[in-house]
Design a protein around this ligand. Sequence first.
Ligand SMILES: NC(=O)c1ccc[n+]([C@@H]2O[C@H](COP(=O)([O-])OP(=O)(O)OC[C@H]3O[C@@H](n4cnc5c(N)ncnc54)[C@H](O)[C@@H]3O)[C@@H](O)[C@H]2O)c1
Length: 250
Amino acid sequence: MDLGMRGRVALVTGGGGGIGREVATILAREGVDVAVADLRPEPTRGTVEAVEAAGAGAMAITIDMTDDASVRAAVSTAEEWHGRVDILVNAAGIYHVGTYAEVTAQAWDLMQGVNLRGTFLACQAVLPGMVTRRRGAIVNLASISGRTRSTLAAPSYVASKAGIIGLTMSLAMQVASAGVRVNAVAPGPTETEMILGLPEELQAKVLATIPIGRLATTAEVASTIVFLASDLSGSTTGETVNINGGAFMV
Ligand SMILES: NC(=O)c1ccc[n+]([C@@H]2O[C@H](COP(=O)([O-])OP(=O)(O)OC[C@H]3O[C@@H](n4cnc5c(N)ncnc54)[C@H](O)[C@@H]3O)[C@@H](O)[C@H]2O)c1
């Protein structure tokens, strides 16, 4: 499908992960060059290869979302590549299972550092260029856990994802008149290491909450993200789109 994105440039944080890699690959098929940024060099290289195999340009960037200087440097590197970044997808994230009693102050800070503060810093770094060019789309990764009761997630994860929903609305308001859109997706449990790496009994608990009886595929989540990054969703901003197999309906 041609979404009219040919020639655009994207930066995907968490690009080595399950959802990030799928987003990068679909963007590449649409003719978008992708800067793939992740903490882990090996999976980043894998995504670069997938983007190139799909016929688009790719560059690997090492980024640590908890480090302001690293996030700023990654955005600068991506901007220098083709002179601009048109699309930012913030797919870097970590997940913890646990009760309120189990969340240490250090684990809380790490969670907010990667998921919420890191997402904000990447948006803050990329927005000035987008606003100047009066073109750009950002898609952040929230979660069903940020919207409704969560079976397993630690309060720190839930808070970070609820924060991303608010952050997305706030940024969207501030840049809407400059022609830049900011949206989020709220996936339910999805087929990536984040869920498949859990012990089997926890995976069974998660599965029991999904009316369609299966996890979302990375393609189902990524295609929604790419739609939000494309001009087809030109009137949508500040929105968080649910992708959860019926687990949460509004
Ligand atoms: N898989 C799910 O069920 C699910 C559901 C809802 C939301 N999400 C969200 O989607 C996003 C992508 O998750 P995924 O399922 O692809 O998981 P994943 O673990 O496959 O990918 C996450 C990526 O983030 C990277 N990352 C972690 N810490 C980082 C840091 N400090 N700096 C830079 N990169 C870092 C990891 O290296 C990894 O490649 C996350 O924000 C996650 O919370 C996932």
